[in-house]
Design a protein around this ligand. Structure first.
Ligand code: NAD
Length: 385
């Protein structure tokens, strides 16, 4: 049986990679760029730098900086209109996963029209929108190297998973120096998100020999550096390892899949506006505990890749250490419980069935090594509380 692997055409990785943006736009034979970003990127001076680098090569650019964290259908509308009415031939997505996902959606909707819901999974989006150059500033979602975008429908608070080669950036400029400014809380949330991508890709029913290599290498890079970047954001070596790890984790899950953590996480994010990485972090230990018996040796491999166990340790020992570590990470990186985050208990319990239905409908739980029923998902949500 063969496996199809989809990747960006160019991955430029390392310090200063983002400064190649002008060269890359020229290489695509494009002339007019729309930079899709957020206000923080503007404040940090990252947008000005990209524009300077474009201008130096006579490339015009405009900026759409109204993207929001966890993008919604309404938040991208103005960006879509800009593309419909402008003469852009390339989109630069600059920021964390939210601006990059917004850029992906704007690229497709701007060229082909329709509503985001029309492009929701299980439909596979094979249309080719405007080419995207993704410049991630978190480590992270890996969105710079995934064929996925996640957009929330404002009308019903559903986080819609949209997939297909149409959402794969043409070029990714992976520059860890841009992550030196990420605050500790976001550093923790995005770092655990990346670790979750790698772990879920590795235990996924859709795992394959290619995604396994990416996932194991990602875990090796991410696990020992999570605490380091949380405790010292200026640790360049640790930031570099996290950035590469998160891109590899993105490649891993994009070419395998995510699983139950992501399936259950999206409804929490959509209903209570919990940042994506944080809702994953809340769920990771409990979901792993639920799933571990169905993929004992896979989870043990993951524990070894994370440096928690040696080759000679039994799978049972490795898995015990994995569970201890996942709970320790949440404690030490100060991941709040849903209650500590401020979620209303009444609402959380009132819509357990809706959350479980949305989780199952996303398709991600079906890739989990242990496939849950709706009742089991509800039990895990309750346990989380
Ligand atoms: P984000 O993009 O929402 O950013 C979080 C906050 O950090 C924002 O306020 C942002 O301005 C700030 N920030 C980003 N980079 C910074 C920097 N370098 N310095 C200072 N502040 C910075 O967060 P995220 O976790 O990167 O992205 C989350 C989104 O990505 C969610 O919508 C999630 O669903 C999506 N996602 C997509 C994929 C995919 O494959 N497409 C995978 C996982 C998650």
């Amino acid at each position: 049986m063969s496996t199809q692997i989809i990747l960006p055409r160019i991955l430029e990785i390392g310090a200063g990679a983002s400064r190649k943006v002008g060269e890359m736009v020229r290489g695509l034979d494009c002339r007019r760029a729309l930079i899709v970003t957020d206000k923080i990127m503007l404040q940090l001076g990252y947008v000005a730098r990209v524009r300077e680098d474009l201008k130096a090569l006579n490339i015009d650019s405009d900026v759409f900086d109204d993207t929001v964290p966890e993008p919604t259908t309404s938040s991208i509308e103005a960006g879509v209109e800009l593309v419909k009415n402008g003469q852009y031939d390339v989109i630069v997505g600059l920021g964390g996963g939210s601006p990059i996902d917004s850029a992906k959606a704007i690229s497709i909707l701007g060229k082909y029209g329709g509503n985001m819901r029309d492009y929701k999974f299980p439909r596979l989006v094979t249309e080719l929108g405007l080419p995207i150059i993704a410049i991630p500033t978190t480590a992270g979602t890996g969105s710079e190297a995934t064929r996925v975008t996640v957009i929330t429908d404002d009308s019903n608070d559903e986080k819609m998973l949209c997939m297909g080669i149409g959402f794969m950036p043409t070029i990714a400029l992976v520059d860890f120096e841009l992550t030196l400014s990420v605050p500790a809380r976001t550093t923790a949330d995005t770092g655990i998100d990346a670790l979750t991508h790698a772990l879920e890709a590795y235990v996924s029913k859709k795992a394959n020999a290619f995604s396994d290599i990416q996932a194991l290498t990602a875990m090796k890079l991410l696990a020992p550096n999570l605490r380091r970047v949380f405790n010292n954001g200026q640790d360049r070596d640790a930031r570099e390892a996290m950035m590469l790890g998160s891109t590899l984790a993105g490649i891993a899950f994009s070419n395998a899949s995510v699983a139950l953590v992501h399936g259950m996480s999206r409804p929490i994010g959509a209903f209570y506006h919990v940042p994506h990485g944080l809702s994953n972090a809340m769920l990771l230990p409990a979901v792993t505990e639920y799933s571990i018996s169905a993929a004992v040796s896979r989870y043990a491999d993951a524990a070894r890749a994370m440096g928690l166990a040696q080759l000679g340790d039994s799978d049972a020992v490795a898995n015990q250490r994995l569970m201890t570590e996942l709970y320790a990470i949440n404690r030490e990186l100060e991941v709040p419980t849903p209650a500590q985050f401020g979620i209303s208990r009444e609402h959380f319990f009132k819509n357990l069935i809706t959350k479980a239905d949305q989780a199952l409908a996303s398709g991600s739980p079906a890739n989990n090594p242990r496939v849950p029923t709706a009742d089991e998902i509800i039990e895990i949500y309750k346990q989380l509380w």
